[in-house]
Design a protein around this ligand. Structure first.
Ligand code: SF4
Length: 499
C-alpha cells in the first residue's frame, strides 16, 4: 500500500503501519512498553502502536515528575467509539499523574470543515460529556475551546512569527486558494500542543491517530525554534574561525553518534554541551575545545551557518560575558561534565530550559506523541463518522448499538464447518477489534481467550457477535447513564459552551 501520505484533513487510511516507522520516523511502541508504568490495555494490546519521543513522558510518569497530556477534538459530528480511544488515553495519563487537557478544536472545525458555530456548540458539548463520563477529572485537568482561550491565541501569534507560508505549503499542501483562517487554525493548533508548557516546560504527550503526525512534527519543530537560548546561535554570531563554526553547526544539525568513533564522540559531547547548556554553567577548557575542533574538522564536517536571532532580540550581557569566558578558555574541568552528559543529557537540557525561562523565554520541550490504530468500520473499510453503519456513536441507542454489532462483517469463514477446521481470522475481524479495543476492557485474558478461541476454531461468529452485541448494549447504556450524571460537572467546568 502506498497511501501513507499523512493528511490531517483528508480521509486517508493508513494501511501499512510499518511504512510509518520507515518513512516518517515514528518508533514502535512495543520497544518502550517496559518503561511505561502500569501500561494501559491499549498499549499492552498494540492498539497504541507507535510513538515519537515518548521516553521523556514515560520517565516523568515513572518518577512522579511533571508531565502533561493534551488532545483536541474537532466537533464535526457525534463522538464515536473510535474517539473513545483518545478519551481513554487522556484519562489514563491523568490517572498516572499527568496534567490533562482536553480541547475543542472549534476554529479548526469551522475553518477546515466549514461547520457552523451552532453545530459546533452542540457537538462540543457531546464530546465533553463523554470525556467526563469516561472519567476525566475536570478539577485536576483543564477543558477549553480554542476560540476562547486567550493564552492560546497569544501563543499562536508568537508561533506564527516562526512559521511561514512555504512551510505550510510543503507540510499541508496549502496553495494560493487556501484561506487565511485555515492557516490561522494551524498556528492555533500548534499553540494548543505547546499550551501545557506555558507555565513550565515539561514532557507532554499528544495522543493522536497517525494522520495527525504532520501537526506533531511541525509543533516539535516550532518548539525548537522558539528556544532562543541556544548557545550555538550566539556562538555562531561571533567572529569565529570556520572550524569553530563547524563545531557548533555540526551539532546543530543533530549528529548521529553511531557514526563516530569514541574520540570523536567525546568531541561531539563538547559540542553538545555548548549547544544545550548555558555557557555560564559549562566548564570547558581551551585545550579541550581546540582538540574538539580539530577532531571535528578531521571528521570532515561541513560548516553550516545556524540561524541566529539571539543577539538581535534577546541577548543579555551575562550570556554574552559567559560566552566570551568560555571561548577564552577560562572555565575549567570539563571531563566530569562530559561524563555526566553521557549519563544524563536530559538534566543538561533541563538546565538550558531553566535559564531560558529565567530569561523570559518559553523553554519548550519538543512535544511527544503516541499513535493508535484506526478502528475498522463495522461494515469493513475505515470507520467513518459520515457512515452511520460503520461506527457506533457513543450516543447511539443501546439497542441500535446491539443491532449494529449483530450486522457487522466478521473475519469468519464461509461455513461453520470450515471455521471449526481452519479457525476464524480474528486479525481481520472488526468484531474482534471491538473486544480488543473496548469490550474486554482491562481484562487481557478475556481478550486473549476470544482471540484464541476464534483462531482455534472453537468460536463461531454467531455466538461471538451475540456476546459482543450484548456487551456493547451494556456499555452504551452505562456510558449514557454516566453522561447524565456528569452534566453538572460540565456546567461547573470552566469552559464556554456557546460561541
Ligand atoms: Fe470475528 Fe468472533 Fe467470528 Fe472470530 S468468531 S471471526 S472474532 S466474529
Amino acid at each position: 500500500a502506498d497511501d501513507v501520505a499523512l493528511d490531517p484533513w483528508g480521509s486517508s487510511s493508513v494501511s501499512d503501519y510499518r511504512k510509518l516507522f520507515e518513512e516518517f520516523g515514528i518508533e514502535e511502541f512495543d520497544e518502550i512498553l517496559e518503561q511505561v508504568p502500569n501500561p494501559h490495555y491499549l498499549m499492552r494490546r498494540g492498539v497504541i502502536f507507535g510513538h515519537r519521543d515518548y521516553r521523556p513522558v514515560a520517565k516523568a510518569l515513572q518518577n512522579d515528575e511533571p508531565a502533561a497530556v493534551l488532545s483536541g477534538f474537532m466537533p464535526t459530528g457525534d463522538p464515536h467509539i473510535g474517539h473513545k480511544l483518545v478519551f481513554d488515553e487522556i484519562i489514563w495519563h491523568q490517572e498516572q499523574g499527568a496534567d490533562a487537557y482536553g480541547l475543542i478544536a472549534d476554529l479548526e472545525a469551522n475553518s477546515a470543515r466549514g461547520l457552523s458555530w451552532d453545530e459546533i456548540d452542540e457537538h462540543a458539548r457531546n464530546y465533553l460529556l463523554s470525556l467526563l463520563a469516561l472519567g476525566f477529572d475536570p478539577e485536576e485537568g483543564e477543558l477549553y475551546r480554542q476560540s476562547t482561550n486567550r493564552e492560546v491565541q497569544d501563543l499562536a501569534f508568537d508561533l506564527g512569527a516562526e512559521a511561514n507560508f512555504s512551510e505550510f505549503q510543503a507540510i499541508y499542501g496549502f496553495d494560493g486558494e487556501t484561506d487565511v483562517s485555515h492557516m490561522q487554525s494551524v498556528v492555533t493548533q500548534m499553540a494548543d500542543i505547546l499550551y501545557p508548557q506555558l507555565e513550565e516546560p515539561k514532557p507532554t504527550v499528544i495522543p493522536v491517530g497517525p494522520d495527525q503526525d504532520p501537526h506533531v512534527r511541525l509543533a516539535r519543530d516550532l518548539a525548537e525554534r522558539m528556544r532562543f537560548f541556544k548557545v550555538s546561535k550566539a556562538y555562531a554570531s561571533f567572529e569565529l574561525e570556520d572550524d569553530e563554526r563547524a563545531l557548533v553547526a555540526e551539532f546543530y544539525e543533530r549528529l548521529d553518534p553511531a557514526d563516530f568513533d569514541d574520540d570523536t564522540l567525546r568531541c561531539v559531547h563538547v559540542a553538545e554541551a555548548l549547544e544545550e547548556t548555558p555557557l555560564s554553567e559549562l566548564d570547558v577548557s581551551a585545550d579541550t575545545l581546540s582538540s574538539a575542533l580539530t577532531k571535528l574538522n578531521e571528521a570532515g564536517m561541513e560548516p553550516v551557518r545556524p540561524r541566529t536571532r539571539f543577539f538581535d532580540r534577546r541577548a543579555t550581557d551575562d550570556a554574552f560575558d559567559a560566552l566570551i569566558d568560555a571561548i577564552e578558555g577560562e572555565k575549567r574541568v570539563y571531563e566530569s561534565h562530559v561524563d555526566a552528559f553521557e549519563i544524563d543529557r536530559a538534566a543538561a537540557e533541563d538546565l538550558a530550559r531553566e535559564v531560558e525561562v529565567d530569561n523570559g523565554g518559553y523553554g519548550f520541550q519538543p512535544p511527544s506523541s503516541i499513535y493508535h490504530r484506526f478502528m475498522t468500520g463495522l461494515t469493513g473499510g475505515k470507520m467513518s463518522s459520515s457512515i452511520p453503519a460503520s461506527h457506533i456513536s457513543l450516543l447511539d441507542d443501546p439497542e441500535d448499538g446491539y443491532d449494529k454489532v449483530k450486522a457487522a462483517t466478521t473475519g469468519g469463514r464461509e461455513t461453520a464447518e470450515e471455521q471449526r477446521e481452519k479457525g476464524g481470522k480474528a486479525d481481520e475481524c472488526p468484531v474482534y477489534e471491538l473486544y480488543a479495543y473496548l469490550l474486554a476492557g482491562d481484562d487481557d485474558e478475556f481478550a486473549k481467550r476470544v482471540y484464541d478461541e476464534c483462531v482455534g476454531g472453537e468460536r463461531l461468529c454467531g455466538d461471538c457477535k451475540e456476546q459482543a452485541a450484548q456487551l456493547m448494549r451494556e456499555f452504551l447504556a452505562e456510558h449514557q447513564e454516566k453522561r447524565e450524571e456528569v452534566e453538572e460537572l460540565l456546567e461547573d467546568a470552566d469552559i464556554e459552551l456557546e460561541s
